[in-house]
Design a protein around this ligand. Structure first.
Ligand SMILES: NC(=O)c1ccc[n+]([C@@H]2O[C@H](COP(=O)([O-])OP(=O)(O)OC[C@H]3O[C@@H](n4cnc5c(N)ncnc54)[C@H](OP(=O)(O)O)[C@@H]3O)[C@@H](O)[C@H]2O)c1
Length: 333
């Protein structure tokens, strides 16, 4: 495994991190035993950057991760998030419409204690605001997060899906080490304004859904997605855009074959090629995929490879929005 630095912190993180969300949330029902095996294999492979959130499985994902994390605390840099709360009376989370955002200082104080307890650790390495809460000035959110650093509960701060302006404002309160936002071949909206601001302040970009939620791997069969799979709410997986996206994924698989790798590896190599201040966190609950993704760090893309990829994307432009209209309102804020 190769390693990259987290912002200006000096911390070394594996070039390929591990997104743990799908083990307990959003993509059907996970198998805890298998997920625990994935976490152990991640340790073997030197994948030391693990991502969870209090919201994933309403705390179950943090609890699951803690089963391996707490006994291997020195080997893992753990990132978690606060901000989304499940609406009262909702048991089975189906879409983001079942949640609301709360980044108030009073909630942050409670949320961090709950995450520390579930993760069974004394300190969270990287604590993100899951979204920018329009009801709370970002300086207040960042101020409350900075208090947690002073109290030793958190080491570094991050934002998720923040706009360039929010990043600037939060960073003026306390250094922001990482921005976690959706970024992949199919989701490029932060390239124009947000990525340059991250670079100006030495903030690492942590792309979530770097495989476009599996779409780019050409292994997703829409008809096999379980009823409660979050992707059923995403326009890109709807009838309107699927024809375009399936063709795109097929074309991408061909490019990967020509390069002698898998589509997932090619997609991750593309993300890594966008700058050494970028550390993707592909999500998986399978050892096979974890091992495959880890090897993406070994792939070097030529100018021609990059051009072939851009040409393919231009050929199939009808990709569609990455979230439904309500959820889209919360991104890049
Ligand atoms: N900040 C935020 O708002 C936010 C939002 C979404 C996600 N995240 C974080 O980012 C992480 C990654 O994002 P994500 O899980 O949404 O999307 P992703 O990494 O783009 O894709 C995950 C999907 O791809 C599949 N997959 C993984 N490796 C594969 C491979 N080598 N070949 C074929 N299929 C493969 C997974 O299958 P299996 O599940 O079957 O292994 C899963 O269906 C999450 O786990 C979470 O920690 C953050």
């Amino acid at each position: 495994m190769k390693y990259r630095k987290l912002g200006n912190t000096g911390v070394s993180l594996s070039e390929i991190g591990l997104g743990c969300m799908g083990m307990s949330h959003a993509y059907g029902i996970g198998n805890d035993e298998e997920s625990i095996a994935v976490l152990h294999r991640a340790l073997d492979l030197g994948i030391n950057f693990w991502d969870t959130a209090d919201f994933y499985g309403s705390g179950k994902n943090e609890e699951l991760v803690s089963k391996v994390l707490s006994k291997n605390r020195d080997k893992v840099f753990i990132a978690t998030k606060f901000g989304f709360r499940v609406k009262e009376g909702i048991k089975d989370f189906k879409s983001m419409d079942d949640a609301y955002l709360d980044c108030s200082p009073s909630y942050i104080k409670k949320a961090v204690e709950a995450s520390l307890r579930r993760l069974k650790v004394d300190t969270i390495d990287l604590y993100y605001a899951h979204r920018i809460d329009p009801k709370v000035p970002v300086e207040e959110t960042a101020g409350a997060m900075a208090d947690l650093v002073r109290e030793g509960k958190v080491k570094y701060l991050g934002l998720s899906e923040a706009s360039a302006e929010s990043i600037r404002r939060a960073n003026s309160v306390h250094p922001i080490a990482a921005l976690q936002s959706e970024y992949s071949l199919l989701t490029r909206d932060l390239e124009k304004e947000i990525l340059p601001v991250c670079r100006k302040f030495g903030i690492t970009l942590v792309p979530f859904s770097p495989l476009a939620r599996g779409l780019i791997t050409n292994t997703i069969k829409r008809e096999n997605l379980p009823e409660n799979d979050f992707r059923k709410t995403i326009p890109r997986f709807s009838d309107e855009y699927w024809k375009n996206n399936h063709k795109l994924a097929e074309g991408f698989e061909m490019l990967a074959k020509n390069k002698g790798c898998t589509p997932a590896q090619l997609a991750l190599a593309w993300v890594l090629a966008q700058g050494d201040d970028i550390i993707p966190i592909p999500g998986t609950k399978k050892i096979k995929y974890l091992e495959e993704n880890a090897k993406a760090a070994e792939i070097n893309l030529t100018e021609l490879d990059l051009k072939d990829i851009e040409d393919l994307i231009k050929k199939y432009p009808n990709i569609g929005p990455r979230y439904n209209a309500n959820t889209q309102k919360l991104v890049n804020k």
